[in-house]
Structure formats: C-alpha cells, structure tokens
Design a protein around this ligand. Structure first.
Ligand code: CAA
Length: 261
C-alpha cells in the first residue's frame, strides 16, 4: 500500500477501507498535499474490487479545522484563478463507492464541506460543525453554501455562513446534516461507521453503486428528471444476477448470495 504523509489508510474489515486524516498539529487543516493524498487514497479504494465502502475520519479533537489558512493567506486572485484553487476537492464526488464520514470534534470551513461531500455522516457527541470563513474576510469555497442550502434550507445556511456560528452534533442531527449522533466514547463514531460500511458490503455492490448514483441525482436534477432517472436505473437492475438472486432468496426464505453481477 502507498505511504502517505498526511493521512493513514487501513482495512479494519476486509471490505472496508479506513482513511484517517493525520495532521494533528494543525487540527487536520486541509493543505493541498493532504487533499492530493486523500484523492489518491479514495481512487485506490474505488478501483480495488475487494473494497465496498470507505470510512473517512480525523482525530477525536478535529475531523478537520478547514482549508489551510496559512497556506492560502498570501495567495492572489490570478494564482487561485489560474490554478483552479480547491477545484480538485470535488474529485471525491466522482467516487462510486459509499464514503462514510465519522466526525469527532471540529468540522469547520473546508472540514465541514469535506464531510458534506461524503455520502453518510455520523457524528460523535463532541462534533462541532461550522462555516467560520466570514471571520477571515471570506466565504466558503468548498461547496458549503450550496450543499448546506440543499440540506438545511436558507435561514439556517445564512446564519451559519453569515455569523460563523458553530453548531453542535445534536443541532446537526436535528437539522439533518448528520444521519445520527452515536454514543459517547473515544473511537465510537469510527467503530459505528465501520459497522455501517460492513453492512453495506454485505449487499449487492451493483445495487449499492446504483443507489448512490440515483440519490446523488436528486441534488442535480428536477424532480421529474430524477424520478425518470431512478425508474430507468431500477428497470436496468432487472438485467442483473443479483436482482434474480435477491428476489428468489426472499421467495425461498433463505439468505441471498450476491455475486455483484
Ligand atoms: N489552517 C491552518 N492552521 C490551522 C487551522 C487552519 N484552518 N486550524 C487550526 N490550525 C492550527 C493553528 O494555527 C494551531 O497551529 P500552531 O500550534 O502552529 O499555532 C494549531 O492548528 C492548533 O490550533 P489552535 O491553537 O487554534 O487550537 P484551539 O483549540 O485553540 O482552537 C479552533 C481550535 C477553534 C478550531 C481554531 O484552531 C480555529 O478557529 N481554526 C480555524 C478554523 C477556520 O477558520 N476554518 C476555516 C478555514 S477557511 C476555509 O476552510 C475555506 C474554505 O471554505 C475551503
């Protein structure tokens, strides 16, 4: 496996890759080389047919405290424009396998945006989400204003973006940013995220890929287009062995044996 400087990768379960942001002295601030490594590790997991789900986490203190302020503070418009600064962050939205964020501590600015690019977010009770860019004389640049608006609506997004207020794990759960808050304890949220990954790994991986694709379409298409897209993909799955196996197994009252074809 590849050696990285800013992240750690492991296989806590045969079908689950765990990626841990590992820049503790900077609270996992997302400098460019860190994001390049993250994208590479995600691509490797996506290309590895033995991997079914990816868990992304940070430390107990910080999932990630944002883009690296020290790296970007002196940049000029011409540089960020010409080099498409931060545009490579969106590469992770092209990963086909589910990415589960396990968030403890600070998820601020780019760290919040990173979590929002994942497919499922689980939070520990210590998690804090925020878009504090306004305090730096700027605004979110990694998709926060748009993705939050889709999830929590205008008023809450405006409050977060215009005041920089951090919200608690409980608020994030009440608002639908995270799917749930797990029980307290070091490592609990990662353990739970790995369990979700393992559960997903037990399904037909074709259906999992299709499920992720159609849910994501809901954020880009009109309702009519999205419904048509879902129906067509649903129809398409009748061409798979796993649909025949899954439904036969149900009728025969046995467990399905999926072959991912
Ligand atoms: N970039 C660079 N370094 C950072 C950082 C960041 N986003 N966040 C924290 N660090 C560094 C600190 O500078 C400090 O380094 P030194 O020890 O060398 O001084 C170290 O991490 C520890 O941080 P603190 O001493 O500040 O820790 P704390 O517990 O007192 O405070 C915190 C924690 C409230 C998260 C505070 O660090 C903080 O406010 N961080 C910045 C949060 C922020 O503004 N994020 C948005 C960044 S902009 C962005 O993300 C743009 C975008 O949309 C893409």
């Amino acid at each position: 496996t590849t050696q990285y400087n800013y992240i750690l990768t492991s296989r806590p379960e045969p079908a689950v890759t765990l990626i841990t942001l590992n820049r503790p002295k900077a609270l996992n601030a997302l400098c460019s080389p860190l994001f390049a490594e993250l994208n590479q590790a995600l691509r490797e997991a996506d290309d590895d047919s033995s991997v079914s789900a990816i868990v992304l986490t940070g430390s107990d203190r910080a999932f990630a405290a944002g883009a690296d302020i020290k790296e970007m503070k002196d940049l000029e418009f011409s540089e960020v424009y010409k080099t498409r600064f931060l545009e490579d962050w969106a590469e992770m939205t092209r990963i086909r396998k589910p990415i589960i964020a396990a968030v403890s501590g600070y998820a601020l600015g780019g760290g919040c945006e990173l979590a929002l690019m994942c497919d499922i977010i689980l939070a520990s009770p210590t998690a804090k989400f925020g878009q504090p860019e306004i305090n730096l004389g700027t605004i979110p640049g990694g998709g926060g204003s748009q993705r939050l608006a889709h999830i929590v609506g205008k008023s809450r997004t405006m409050e977060m973006v215009l005041t920089g207020r951090m919200i608690s794990a409980q608020e994030a759960s009440d608002w639908g940013i995270v799917s749930r808050v797990v029980k307290e304890g070091d490592g609990e949220v990662v353990k739970e995220a790995i369990a979700v990954g393992k559960e997903i790994a037990s399904k037909s991986q074709i259906s999992v890929q299709a499920g992720k694709e159609v849910v994501n379409a809901a954020y880009e298409l009109t309702l009519a287009e999205g419904l048509r897209f879902e129906r067509r993909i649903f129809h398409g799955l009748f061409a798979t062995k796993d649909q025949k196996e899954g439904m036969s197994a149900f009728a025969q009252k046995r467990k399905p044996n999926f072959v991912n074809e």
